[in-house]
Design a protein around this ligand. Structure first.
Ligand code: FAD
Length: 596
């Protein structure tokens, strides 16, 4: 019997592998071509606005400037267009470690990642039009007002309360008809979670079924929402597959960005370099890892650090690359004794799943599998619990994108002898982690990866907060609303944690010790891929996102976030880009009327 299921599992794995390989081939053939590409003879040109990076921030900003500005706009992006694969929601993880992923690894972590190879986290980042918005899991989050009110207080950023940001969040949010919300009847798990709301009314918990940036079964990212409609505008040029390597400052009459050095690889992989002049503003949208990388490689950063790297100083800006923050996820596998259905190899190979996707964009292929989320914003430990409805999973793919050592992976996910194993992954995280890391350089070459140190769990409060999250997650799983699913929490039996548990009573009473839970998070906690803060508002930037000391450089990406976002950050970053555009367009107008 066991062998029979083993065979099903292996055959299932091979079929999924073949299908994904085939999809990838077709998709790379179907890569969208990019219009309005800057021609070689135009490369001496100067542009009013030069935007570096076509991710969430860059695509949103470009769209508004191309639509409303009188100036010329150049969007420079290191990658090319994404293929069709990026649009099929369930297959999105197959893009990781591919050509549209920068595939960064963290530096070895001191306080976490002990169950990962070399104690390094995989840190995927999108490369190409859409950036990480085309690689992400498409989950939408409305924003949490107090996050912005806290910024307001943090550095006296009076422009940044929720009263200021709310309207931009609403504008950046896709229309309901351009989103997909997991319906209540999607599975028994979604029904049970809906019911649990009334069981936990005494708790300050907010339940939500997932809402995705998915339209008609396909990813609907900032590319479709913002960038595509302006791609052919005459004031816009695009420069794909081009890496910005250096920012040149000039000091007359005041310090300003005058040009950027761009590198392109030719057919023989030789680097061609040329400069683009910046007439009005240079806007950095290269993301939380690469914006501080580019600034530091250009000599804008901490003078002592740059001197050690022998990078000539252009501006001492001591906090560039500091304050990096990210959520850390603790996954736990919960098996279910009933058919929900959840994502497993049988569901995926079922002709009905394929039919539902092709006919209406629904079913397991039409979303990423995250069914819902519970958030508690109560201080001092605001936390989130995410329900990823997956049973017998594609182990090889998951292991590869998470960098798990085999033993840690096996402790987390028990070997399934059943291709139709039902279950879900319960993900607990702290919404306002206090640990802070950094982005540094090995040297000044932009083709070398930056040194990324998220420094997860370096602050003790994050441990307490994650424990609070796990204990609440257990309460939910063992509630009477979920009892009919016959859930069973697989407390990982990690050898390194065996002094602390799990003991028999942990399975019986579901109250493992704090020491065991801490040991778990320090071994198997994974990045949630929400980095931010590395060129923060109020310390590196002024309240309108301009680099302190060089007012014609603006940063418009996740680097600006002074504190973590209490949820998924993509829409917040698009909203911030809209705000930046409003300031830029306003100053353009004011300048125009002064000239008249
Ligand atoms: C796997 C994954 C899953 C996620 N899931 C979700 C989710 O479900 N919901 C959510 O809200 N958020 C999610 N996120 C986070 C969200 O996608 C990011 O926070 C957001 O896209 C970051 O936007 P950005 O503008 O800061 O940077 P990015 O979107 O990363 O854009 C940076 C762009 O700059 C380009 N670039 C970098 N350096 C240079 C250079 N020197 N020259 C030229 N171009 C350059 C890059 O190629 C890239 O296109 C996820 C992220 C990942 C990676």
């Amino acid at each position: 019997m066991g062998q029979h299921f083993q065979k099903i599992l292996i055959v299932g794995g091979i079929v999924i592998g073949l299908l994904s390989g085939l999809a990838m081939m077709v998709c790379s053939l179907l890569k969208e071509s990019i219009p309005n590409v800057l021609a070689p003879e135009e490369r001496q040109f100067a542009f009013d606005y030069v935007i570096v990076g076509a991710g969430t921030g860059g695509s949103t900003l470009t769209s508004l400037l191309a639509k409303h500005s009188n100036g010329s706009v150049l969007l420079i992006e290191a990658g090319s267009a994404f293929g069709l694969l990026s649009r099929i929601p369930l297959l999105t993880t197959f893009q990781q470690k591919g050509i549209n992923d920068w595939s960064f690894l963290s530096v070895p972590q001191r306080h976490s990642a002990r169950g990962l190879i070399e104690q390094r986290q995989c840190l995927p980042r999108g490369k190409g039009l859409g950036g990480s918005a085309n690689l992400n899991y498409m989950l939408h989050f409305d924003g949490h007002g107090p996050d912005f009110d806290a910024w307001h207080q943090l550095h006296n950023l009076s422009d940044w309360s929720w009263a200021h940001m709310g309207p931009f969040m609403a504008a950046a949010t896709a229309k309901p008809c351009d989103m997909y919300e997991i319906p209540r009847g999607y599975s028994k798990l979604t029904e049970a979670l809906d019911d649990a709301q009334s069981e936990f009314t005494h708790k300050p918990w907010v339940f939500r079924r997932s809402r995705y940036n998915i339209k008609n079964g396909l990813r609907h990212s900032v590319v479709q929402q913002f960038l595509q409609p302006v791609l052919k505008h005459s004031n816009l040029r695009l420069l794909p597959e081009a890496l910005v390597k250096r920012i040149q400052l000039s000091s007359s009459p005041t310090l300003r960005a005058s040009s950027v050095l761009v590198g392109l690889k030719d057919a023989d992989n030789r680097e061609l370099e040329f400069s683009i002049e910046v007439r009005r503003e240079l806007i950095l949208c290269a993301g939380a890892y690469q914006t501080p990388q580019l600034l530091q490689a250009s000599g804008i950063g901490n003078s002592t650090t740059l001197a050690k790297l022998r990078i000539p100083l252009q501006l001492h800006s001591p906090l560039v690359g500091r304050n990096l923050h990210d959520h850390l996820n603790l996954p736990l596998f919960v098996s279910m004794g009933v058919v929900a259905p959840s994502l497993n190899q049988r569901t995926l190979l079922s002709p009905m799943s394929v039919f539902n996707f092709l006919s209406s964009g629904t079913g397991p292929f039409g979303n990423f599998g995250v069914l819902g989320h519970v958030a508690s914003h109560e201080e001092p430990s605001p936390f989130g619990i995410t329900f990823f409805g997956a049973g017998a999973i594609d182990e090889a793919a998951l292991m590869s994108i998470s960098n798990f050592k085999a033993a840690a992976f096996r402790a987390l996910f028990p070997r399934h002898h059943n291709a139709s194993q039902e279950g879900f992954v319960l993900i607990s995280s702290c919404l306002q982690p206090k640990s802070r890391g950094s982005v540094g350089l090995l040297n000044k070459h932009m083709r070398r990866n930056p040194l990324i140190d998220p420094n997860y769990l370096s602050h003790e409060d994050d441990v307490a907060c994650t424990i609070a999250a796990i204990r609440s997650a257990v309460k939910l799983v063992t509630s009477s609303s979920l009892a009919q699913l016959r859930p069973f929490i697989h407390w990982p039996k990690l050898q390194e944690c065996s002094n602390f548990g799990p003991f028999e009573r942990d399975f019986r009473e579901q109250r493992p010790s704090d020491e065991y839970l801490e040991c778990l998070m320090r071994h198997i906690g994974l990045s949630s891929h929400h980095p931010g803060g590395s060129c923060a508002l109020g310390t590196v930037l002024d309240s309108q996102l301009r680099l302190l000391g060089v007012p014609n450089i603006r940063v418009v990406d996740a680097s600006v976030l002074p504190r973590p976002i209490s949820g998924n950050p993509n829409t917040v970053i698009a909203a911030i880009a809209m705000r930046a555009a409003s300031w830029m367009l306003k100053s353009e107008l004011q300048e125009g009327s002064r000239r008249q």
